[in-house]
Design a protein around this ligand. Structure first.
Ligand code: HEM
Length: 534
């Protein structure tokens, strides 16, 4: 586990290349550990401003050396092309810190060196393998198009139902983010994990948000004796998971036809059933099973991105109208056509712009062997970290006349092509920029061809690109479409998160920087009126 406090020490110059420039210490003599953990965005701004001509810089968190990579081509190279990097140590840390997996159960992951392929890379009995079947559960039940289709259609069914509870033809006041935090979370959990979990444990949503707001302290490894609140939040959340798993297991008939259903009320999706059964069959403790199970419940990325998109659309009346017109074209007889929806150019541009601005992940790998990158010599044992916040705010990649990268611009990802008769059509495009855009992480594997053939074939396990990204896009775009098409909306005022008046609009809640999507720190009070028809 990373220890956070310690003095910054410069490392030796090697003969194999330049030594990356050390980041100036935040507090002379005290290093950057505290700033990195508790003020990650300020730390990243500090790096961006003081070292903006360097491509790789280094600093220390306690005893751990970290290289930060700040340019798109290096991020691509380091996270895709090198056999010298892995994410295993980080996964073990996340398992212990976030999921609360017991040491004995983490050891089961560690002991499996057979890789994630069907064919083990070393001689190992099939029943002792963890990584390969675990990855298959993700690939077959979250990433593939059938599974995504089931989850999206269930989600839309529940979310449409939630919207239909709003008064028709009458103005009503709500707070946008508060509504999403409760209603979108409820629908996402139900579509993924079935209806039983929230019927039995309605406090789960609040426990989830409490846990979520403490994730950075847990991820960055703040010890329990220094700061116990995050651990209490995690334990409270996991206790609900334990109670759920106990009752759901006794209620569900594993020999019934529901075992293979796309969705049933007790466990929800096939993913949730397979995942839960897998860890029980492998003899994991109840505490580990609960943490692993609840890990994927978190809506901590999709809800903030949706919140930002909806607020941006509401505060610009012209944009609201254009998005409404565009989204309406994806409805046929009141039914949302998801395939059409996810291809809509402006909506995709708004979605990507919100990910660009607010998804702040520090994609991290461990260097397994000394390596060189961009003329720099990088040492074994260091972490390599690519902060999306820096790449996503790079003016040379994203800036446009009158639309600096620091600002939301709905049309930033559109290009205009001639469509005959001197007309032009807008198309969604990330051309030439995708290297600097990685809200969902990056695949570790080399060429696209190799990635296609051997997706998830890396030694020992490891994280690849987010397997939930297709579902996330469909879920977020569906919520936007269902709201703008079915409601007239007027902005009343901005509020603090407790509902009291705020004299400014939302900004990123910086506490989340480095760990995922940053939610807004203010809410938006609106009047909305549900329309008839759709
Ligand atoms: C806007 C929404 C989302 C964002 C920005 C996001 C981002 C990420 C990132 C950055 C990673 C780590 C990749 C790495 O370190 O290389 C990740 C992993 C993961 N995500 Fe997402 N995610 C989102 C939504 C979702 C959803 C909706 C699901 C589930 C349906 C999901 C499931 C997962 C899982 C299971 C992993 C771990 C993968 C592994 O261990 O191989 N994510 N996500």
């Amino acid at each position: 586990m990373l220890c956070i406090f310690g003095l910054f020490k410069d490392s030796q110059v090697t003969k194999d290349g330049k030594e990356p420039t050390p980041v100036p210490e935040w507090l002379p003599g005290l290093g950057n550990g505290y700033q990195y953990v508790f003020h990650n965005m300020d730390f990243l701004k500090h790096i961006k401003n003081t070292l903006n001509r360097k491509t790789i810089v280094k600093f220390r968190i306690g005893q751990k050396g970290v290289y930060l990579i700040t340019r798109g081509k290096n991020v691509q190279y380091a996270l895709r092309n090198s056999g010298s990097l892995s994410s295993n140590e980080l996964i073990y840390m996340a398992l212990q810190q976030l999921s609360g997996t017991t040491k004995e159960d983490v050891a089961k992951f560690k002991n499996d060196k057979s890789g994630t392929s069907h064919v083990p890379s070393i001689n190992m009995p099939e029943e002792e393998r963890i990584w390969a079947p675990f990855h298959r559960i993700f690939m077959n039940n979250i990433s593939n198009s059938k599974a995504v289709g089931v989850m999206t259609s269930k989600f839309c069914e529940f979310f449409s139902e939630a919207l239909s509870q709003q008064l028709q033809g009458k103005w009503q006041t709500i707070r946008v983010y508060q509504f999403l935090e409760q209603q979108m979370a409820r629908c996402a959990i139900t579509s993924f994990y079935g209806s039983y979990i929230l019927e039995q444990f309605p406090d789960l949503i609040d426990a989830m948000w409490k846990f979520d707001s403490n994730i950075s302290a847990l991820v960055f490894g703040v010890p329990r004796f220094l700061y116990s609140k995050p651990y209490a939040a995690r334990d409270g959340f996991h206790e609900i998971g334990e109670k759920f798993l106990n009752t759901a297991w006794s209620k569900f008939d594993w020999n019934s036809r529901d075992m293979n259903a796309d969705w049933e009320p007790i466990f929800g999706t096939r993913f949730s059933r397979m995942h839960s059964k897998f860890f029980k069959d492998k003899g994991f403790s109840m505490r580990s099973r609960s943490g692993l199970f609840l890990g994927s419940i978190l809506n901590s990325n999709t809800i903030p991105i949706t919140g930002w998109a909806i607020m941006e659309i509401i505060r610009d009346k012209a944009l609201f109208q254009v998005i409404r017109n565009e989204a309406s074209s994806a409805f046929t007889n009141g039914e949302l056509d998801i395939k059409k929806l996810v291809e809509l150019p402006l909506l995709q541009s708004v979605y990507s712009e919100c990910l660009r601005m607010h998804a702040a992940v520090n994609i991290t790998r461990v260097i397994d062997e000394d390596m060189s990158l961009d003329g720099y010599a990088l040492k074994k044992g260091y972490l390599v970290q690519a902060p999306s916040w820096i790449s996503h705010h790079d003016e040379s990649t994203w800036g446009a006349p009158d639309h600096p990268a620091t600002e939301f611009w709905a049309k930033r990802h559109l290009k205009y092509v001639e469509s005959g008769n001197k007309n032009t059509t807008a198309q969604f495009s990330m051309e030439g920029r995708s290297g600097g855009f990685f809200p969902f992480g990056q695949s570790l594997l080399t060429s696209p061809a190799r990635r296609r053939v051997t997706e998830h074939l890396f030694q020992g396990g490891g994280i690849g690109i987010c397997p939930g990204r297709h579902f996330a896009k469909q879920e977020i775009m569906s919520v936007i479409a269902l709201i703008v098409v079915n409601f007239d909306i007027e902005l009343e005022e901005y509020t603090m998160m407790d509902g009291s008046r705020s004299d400014r609009g939302p900004q990123d809640n910086k506490r989340y920087c480095g760990t995922g999507a940053m939610p807004p720190d203010r809410d938006m009070k609106i009047r909305w009126k549900r329309l008839g028809g759709n």
